[in-house]
Design a protein around this ligand. Structure first.
Ligand code: SF4
Ligand code: NI
Ligand code: NI
Length: 708
C-alpha cells in the first residue's frame, strides 16, 4: 500500500468507528445529552481549535462529524493526506469524549486520559525557559520492556516531557518504572485514540499562549510547527490507523520516527530508524531540539524531570528539617581573596554517619565573589537552590531560607550520594547560570548541629533581616527604572510584563530584583530597562516611557499599558499567571482565584474559565492575571481604589496572603483584619450569598463606585 492508501484507509476506519459510536450514544442517551471533557474551557479543544465551533451535545457532535467528513478528500495530494490525518485526530477526540459522558471517569492510574487546562498553563514557563526542551509522544509496543524503559529514561534525563500511548504503558509497569506528571512521564491511555490528549495540549497551548483564533487552522498549524517542540516515536508494527494519526502529527509539524521498515519515508517528517537506541538522537535532530548539558560529578542523575519527584517517609534514608532543627541556606558575597573556587567542605557528619530515618540539621553557605556581583543578587541566586537540589534524582527539597526541608532517598544513598554532592550541585549550577556575576564560588555545608545553630542565628537571620528591610524600602517611587520581561514570548508572541518593585511578573517568579539581575546577567536578554521619566497619570501608573517600551517589545501589538488599573489598558497576560482577578458587579468588587483552586467562584466561573477570558497577550479590561504577592501590594488596582475592592478569594489563598494583606489594609485604610471581611468558598460561591456576607461584615467595596 502507498502512504496515501494507508492514511485514507486508516482515516476511513476511524471515521466509521466514530460514526457508529456517536449513533449508538444518541440511541442510548438521546441527542441532547451533554458531552465535554473535564476541566477545560475549550469544549472539545481540538475540534474547537481547528474549526472555531464549540460542541456541547451529542447532536452537535454529530454535526461536527459531518464537518470532519468534508476534510476527508481523496485526491492523492500531500494536502489531502494531511487533512485526512487531522480528520483522524478529530475523530479520535470524538471517540474519547464519549468515554466521559455523565461525568464518567474512564481512566485509572497510571493513565491520565484528558489533561486539564491547568496542566497546560503549568507547562508554559518550563517550555519557555527550555527547562522542558521537548515533548515526546511514544506510541505502541517496544520490542522489549527494557528498550521501552531505556528510551523513556533517555528523554527523562534530558528534561523532555514524555507521553505514552498503548502497550508501552504496560511494559514500563512490568519493569517497575515510575511514571506520573511529577516526573514528566505521562501515560495517556492504552487505546490509540488516547493520543488525542497530547494533541489537545498542543492545540490549547496555541489558544492559551499564542492568541490563535479558534478556527484559524493555518495559523494554528504554523504555531504548533514553530513553537511546540513535539515529536512522535511509533513502534512497529504500524497499522493504517496509526499511520493516519501520524499524518495528523506531521500536519502539525511533529515528525514521526519509527522502526517499521517498509514505511514510505518523508524527509524530516516520517523517518525510519531501525535502531531504537538511536531514536533519541534522531528525534532531537528532526525537531531541532537542543539540550542544555549539565555534567555534574554526582552518582545519581541530575535533570529537571526529577524536580517534581516526591520522596515518601518509607523511601527516605535521612531528612533535614528547618522547621524542627536549625537549618539555613545562604548566598554570601565575599572578597575574591576569601573564596577558593570549587572548594567544597562538609563540617560535621556525612550521610553514612546519620541514623536511618533520622531528622538532622543542615546549613550551607555558598560564598561567591565577582566584580559584577551585588548583594541584591544574593536572594535571586538563593531562590534557585530549591530548583537545583530538587533536580537531583532521589533528593527532594522544599522551603527556603532557614525553613528548608530536604530528603535523601534510600536509592540515592545506595548509589553513593553524599552531602558533599549537594555542594557539587550548588557549585556547578551557580557557576553555570550566574557566570556573568559570579567569578569564584565555594560551598561550605554544615551538618554539625552546634555549627548549624551558629550559622542560622548569627549569620543567616541577620542577613535575611537586612534584606527584608531593603525590600520594604523598594517602592515604585523609590527606583529609577522598571524592567520589561518577554520570556514568555516564545509562546505568547505579543505579551510583555512590566516588572516594578511593587508589581512582580504575573508568573510570580520574576520580581524587580530578579529582572534587574537577569538584565545584568544578559544585557540583551529578556529583561530590559524601562525608564520612568515621563509620567502621564500617576494614579493609573501610565508613562510615555512604558508605552514606548511595550509598543517596541510587543512589535506594535500594544500601544498603552497602565501599571495600576484593571479597567484602563490593563497589563496583558501570557497564560502562566498565578492568579486571575475579575470584576464582581454586584459588590463593586473583584474576585481572585488562584491556579490551584479547582472549585467555583461567585462569578459563575472556575479558574479555568476565568483564565480563558484573558491570556494570549491581549488586553481584556475587567480581567487580569497576576502574581500572588501582588495581592498585598499597595499598587494592586490602585486606580480603582486598591485592595479594598477584593471581595472573594479561595480560603487557601486568603490564608497565604493574610498577614501581608492585613498589614496593607491597616496602613492604607486603617482596617483591622481585613481578610475576615473577604468571602471564600466556605462562605459563598454565588453573588447573592456573597453580598449578604459582605453587607454583614461592612465590607468597604459596597460603598465604592461601580467599576463599570
Ligand atoms: Fe513570563 Fe511575565 Fe513571568 Fe516574564 S515576568 S516569565 S514574561 S510571566
Ligand atoms: Ni535555633
Ligand atoms: Ni508566561
Amino acid at each position: 500500500m502507498t502512504l496515501f492508501e494507508s492514511v485514507f484507509a486508516g482515516n476511513d476506519a476511524v471515521y466509521g468507528l466514530t460514526e457508529g459510536a456517536i449513533n449508538q450514544a444518541i440511541e442510548k442517551y438521546g441527542a441532547d445529552k451533554a458531552v465535554s471533557f473535564p476541566d477545560t474551557a475549550y469544549s472539545l479543544p481540538c475540534y474547537y481549535a481547528v474549526t472555531g465551533t464549540k460542541v456541547g451535545t451529542l447532536a452537535e457532535l454529530k454535526d461536527a462529524l459531518a464537518v470532519v467528513k468534508t476534510l476527508m478528500t481523496r485526491e492523492k495530494r500531500t494536502n489531502d493526506v494531511f487533512m485526512s490525518g487531522v480528520a483522524t485526530a478529530l475523530c479520535a477526540e470524538f471517540i474519547e469524549v464519549l468515554k466521559y459522558i455523565d461525568g464518567a471517569v474512564p481512566y485509572e492510574a497510571p493513565c491520565y486520559g484528558h489533561l486539564a487546562d491547568a496542566v497546560i498553563r503549568e507547562l508554559g514557563v518550563p517550555l519557555v525557559t527550555g527547562d522542558i526542551p521537548g515533548v515526546a509522544v511514544i506510541l505502541g509496543k517496544a520490542p522489549s520492556a527494557q528498550e521501552a524503559a531505556d528510551l523513556v529514561k533517555s528523554y527523562q534525563s534530558q528534561g523532555i516531557l514524555i507521553t505514552l500511548v498503548g502497550d508501552v504503558i504496560d511494559q514500563l509497569e512490568e519493569v517497575g518504572y515510575k511514571t506520573g506528571a511529577n516526573v514528566r512521564v505521562i501515560p495517556l491511555g492504552k487505546d490509540v485514540t488516547a493520543v488525542i490528549h497530547v494533541v489537545s495540549v498542543a492545540l490549547r497551548a496555541a489558544l492559551i499562549f499564542g492568541n490563535v483564533k479558534p478556527g484559524d487552522a493555518a495559523t494554528l498549524m504554523d504555531y504548533t510547527m514553530k513553537r511546540v517542540p513535539a515529536f512522535v516515536n511509533a513502534f512497529a508494527p504500524l497499522n493504517d490507523v496509526i499511520v493516519a494519526c501520524g499524518a495528523g502529527a506531521i500536519a502539525l509539524g511533529f515528525p514521526v520516527i519509527t522502526n517499521q521498515e517498509d514505511v514510505a519515508r518523508v524527509p524530516k517528517s516520517l523517518i525510519c530508524q531501525k535502531d531504537i537506541s538511536k531514536w533519541n538522537a534522531t528525534s532531537l535532530e528532526a525537531r531541532d531540539i537542543k539540550i542544555k548539558i549539565t555534567n555534574i560529578d554526582i552518582p545519581v542523575a541530575f535533570a529537571s524531570a526529577f524536580e517534581g519527584e516526591i520522596i515518601r517517609r518509607k523511601d527516605m534514608q535521612v531528612e533535614f528539617d528547618g522547621s524542627r532543627v536549625d537549618c539555613a541556606e545562604l548566598v554570601h558575597t565575599c572578597e575574591p581573596s576569601e573564596v577558593e573556587d570549587h572548594k567544597i567542605t562538609v563540617v560535621g557528619p556525612e550521610v553514612d554517619d546519620m541514623e536511618l530515618g533520622s531528622k538532622n540539621s543542615i546549613a550551607y553557605v555558598v560564598k561567591v565573589a565577582g566584580k559584577n556581583m551585588q548583594p541584591d543578587f544574593e536572594p535571586v541566586i538563593e531562590r534557585k537552590f530549591h530548583n537545583y537540589i530538587n533536580c537531583i534524582e532521589g533528593v527532594y527539597h522544599t522551603g527556603q531560607r532557614d525553613m528548608q526541608r530536604i530528603r535523601i532517598s534510600k536509592d540515592a544513598f545506595a548509589a553513593g550520594f553524599k552531602i558533599k554532592h549537594i555542594g557539587e550541585v550548588l557549585y556547578t549550577q551557580v557557576k553555570n547560570e550566574f557566570d556573568a556575576v559570579v567569578d569564584k564560588c565555594e560551598v561550605i555545608i554544615y551538618t554539625d548541629p552546634a555549627e548549624c545553630t551558629r550559622i542560622r542565628h548569627e549569620v543567616a537571620i541577620p542577613i535575611f533581616e537586612k534584606r527584608d528591610d531593603r525590600l520594604n524600602t523598594l517602592t515604585d517611587e523609590s527606583v529609577d527604572v522598571y524592567y520589561s520581561c518577554i520570556l514568555c514570548q516564545a509562546f505568547s508572541p505579543s505579551h510583555v510584563c512590566v516588572v516594578t518593585p511593587e508589581r512582580l511578573g504575573l508568573c510570580g517568579a520574576v520580581s524587580w530584583l530578579d529582572a534587574k539581575a537577569t538584565n545584568e546577567l544578559d544585557p540583551n536578554g529578556p529583561c530590559q530597562v524601562i525608564t520612568k521619566e515621563r509620567p502621564i497619570d500617576e494614579n493609573l501608573g501610565s508613562y510615555e516611557d512604558v508605552d514606548e517600551a511595550v509598543k517596541k517589545f510587543s512589535q506594535g501589538a500594544l500601544e498603552h499599558v497602565t501599571l495600576y488599573s484593571i479597567m484602563q489598558d490593563p497589563m496583558t497576560s501570557c497564560g502562566c499567571f498565578e492568579c486571575i482577578c475579575g470584576i464582581e458587579p454586584f459588590s463593586n468588587g473583584v474576585v481572585i482565584a488562584n491556579r490551584e483552586y479547582a472549585g467555583m467562584t461567585p462569578l459563575g466561573m472556575t479558574f479555568s474559565e476565568m483564565a480563558s477570558m484573558t491570556g494570549g497577550g491581549v488586553q481584556t479590561p475587567g480581567f487580569m492575571g497576576h502574581g500572588k504577592h501582588f495581592i498585598s501590594s499597595k499598587k494592586f488596582m490602585k486606580a480603582e481604589g486598591g485592595i479594598e475592592r477584593i471581595v472573594w478569594m479561595p480560603k487557601e489563598l486568603k490564608e497565604f496572603v493574610a498577614e501581608r494583606l492585613n498589614n496593607t489594609a491597616k496602613e492604607l485604610y486603617g482596617i483591622d483584619n481585613f481578610t475576615d471581611m473577604i468571602g471564600d468558598e466556605t462562605i459563598a460561591t454565588d453573588p447573592e450569598t456573597l453580598v449578604g456576607f459582605l453587607t454583614e461584615k461592612g465590607h468597604p467595596a459596597l460603598a465604592l463606585d461601580p467599576m463599570m
